[in-house]
Ligand binder design. Structure first.
Ligand code: LLP
Length: 457
């Protein structure tokens, strides 16, 4: 029987990177060791230490281009893809997506500032959030950033702000479309029982309230179903639901020109995952909007979508160094790495699965062992892999975990006062720092010992 191929030997889909486990520039050097973006991983760790986040520029750009090309191909009206920066927010990412013609979705003053610093044009930024602070709202309005109204509290405050400036303010609203999808319950947002957005049954009241304001102009609607979705059906249904909302709004005098379908396309973390391609996702949503507009004789709105994970996840890897081993005879062998739940909280939060390999023997040639990969935090649940097959490992070996570009760095913490890793960008054999490594001293920066305690000691 032919041996099963490793995920590293599978054909790479250059057009839709979310269908691969590994970055599209992944290869195995003549020395049998792993390289990404033309860079030897071992050399990068020698120079920059571990753990290390790495992003592959070509994978990022190919993902952005797939969305752009697919929208041009399948949507006959205007379109604007916007990057959901919660997936991985940095000045670099803001700059990269902007250079690819994307807008950006931010949910806090921090993400807004990062986007602006990265050079995203103000008019291409949208501001989400179910509990925006007064300061954040003010900041967004003053910077001409489009606010997505999530609830009555947003609406009341925007009404006041626009009256105080005595000027028109374009807004979009977010509603919950009542669409179910199969994903982890924490990352489902489109069903009726969600903390985000207006219930669909409330929309007529909302339209009337907006009509009664002096300066608010409703120009767009938004819905987001959930994240890491593999089915196309939910997005196939979304177009008609949203077009109906546009028609309802018309009855109250609102001329809605923008339709934002959110993000949600899944990626391939392991060989069990088979997400649709970016092209199929965009085609489904485009057809669904076009079909509904034809049916109701409506001009095509500008189609916006907000991918996060499918832009950045597959482009990212994390490299760890192996330290301690603990063998429990007949049960398992733990190997411990120099990071864990602080740089990747997804396994402990969502029981997420990943793929990984040994950097010096990625194809497990000549040996196979089962290991449990544990992080270094004081928490039994800090386990990155419950069971994984790797070549014989020893202390000092490097492990590469794939698919960590999204919701790892952005959800990282300093639990146990562990500094965040550095992040590198790789391209054409060159590596550049995009996030400096934190040091334990950085973590002391915000601690304050009140004077009377200093005196006591
Ligand atoms: N738009 C809105 C309004 C969203 O809430 C999200 C994700 C996105 C776009 C982007 O969705 P994506 O294309 O990345 O699926 N921390 C979780 C994921 C939370 C997603 C939150 N919202 C995880 O690690 O899986």
């Amino acid at each position: 029987m032919e041996a099963k191929k490793s995920f590293l030997e599978q054909k790479i889909d250059l057009e839709s990177p979310n269908k691969n486990i590994v970055p599209i520039t992944t290869s195995i050097g003549t020395d049998g060791k792993l390289t990404i973006g033309g860079c030897s991983i071992e050399e990068l760790v020698e120079k920059y230490d571990s753990p290390l986040y790495i992003l592959d520029e070509l994978t990022l750009r190919n993902s952005c281009r797939a969305y752009k090309k697919a929208l041009e191909k399948y949507y006959p009206g205007e379109s604007l893809p916007i990057y959901a920066s919660k997936a991985n927010s940095s000045i670099f990412m803001s700059n990269l997506v902007s250079s690819e013609g994307f807008g950006l979705d931010a949910v806090s003053e921090g993400e807004l500032l990062t986007a602006l610093k990265g050079g995203v044009p103000n008019e291409k930024i949208v501001f989400h959030g179910n509990n925006k602070s007064d300061k954040e709202l003010d900041f967004a309005v003053k910077n001409n950033i489009k606010v997505i109204v999530d609830n009555d509290y947003d609406l009341e405050r925007l009404d006041k702000i626009s009256n105080s400036f005595n000027r028109e303010l374009e807004i979009m609203i977010r509603f919950t479309p009542g669409i179910e999808c199969h994903t982890h319950k924490y990352i489902k947002t489109g069903s009726f029982d969600s903390k985000f957005g207006f219930g669909i049954e409330y929309l007529n009241t909302l339209f009337e309230r907006i009509s009664n304001t002096k300066h608010l102009k409703l120009k767009g609607i938004h819905a987001h179903i959930g994240s890491q979705i593999f089915e196309l059906e939910p997005h196939n249904d979304l177009g008609e639901i949203m077009v109906n909302v546009i028609l309802d709004a018309k009855k109250f005098g609102h001329d809605i020109k923008k339709l934002n379908v959110g993000g949600g396309l899944g990626i391939k973390y392991t060989e069990d995952d088979d997400p649709p391609s970016i092209y199929d996702w965009v085609k489904t949503i485009s057809n669904s909007v076009v079909r509904a507009c034809k049916k109701y004789n409506l001009d095509l709105p500008t189609l916006m979508c907000e991918p996060g994970r499918s832009i950045v996840s597959t482009a990212g890897i994390t490299i760890y160094k192996i330290g301690a081993f603990k063998e429990i005879p007949g049960i398992r062998t733990y190997l411990a790495v120099d990071g864990g739940m602080s740089d990747n909280p997804r396994p402990i939060t969502y029981q997420s699965n990943y793929s990984a390999c040994l950097v010096r023997n990625p194809l497990n040639i000549n040996s196979k062992n089962k290991y449990t990969i544990a992080g270094k935090h004081c928490e039994s649940g800090d386990v990155l892999f419950k069971e994984i097959e790797l070549a014989d490992c020893k202390t000092g070996d490097l492990i590469c975990v794939f698919g960590t570009g999204a919701y790892n760095n952005s959800m990282s913490s300093n639990y146990n006062r562990i500094p965040r890793p550095a992040a590198l960008l790789v391209c054409d054999g060159e590596a550049e720092i995009i996030q400096k490594r934190e040091s334990p001293f950085d973590l002391l920066k915000y601690d304050v010992l009140p004077d009377r305690f200093i005196k006591q000691n």
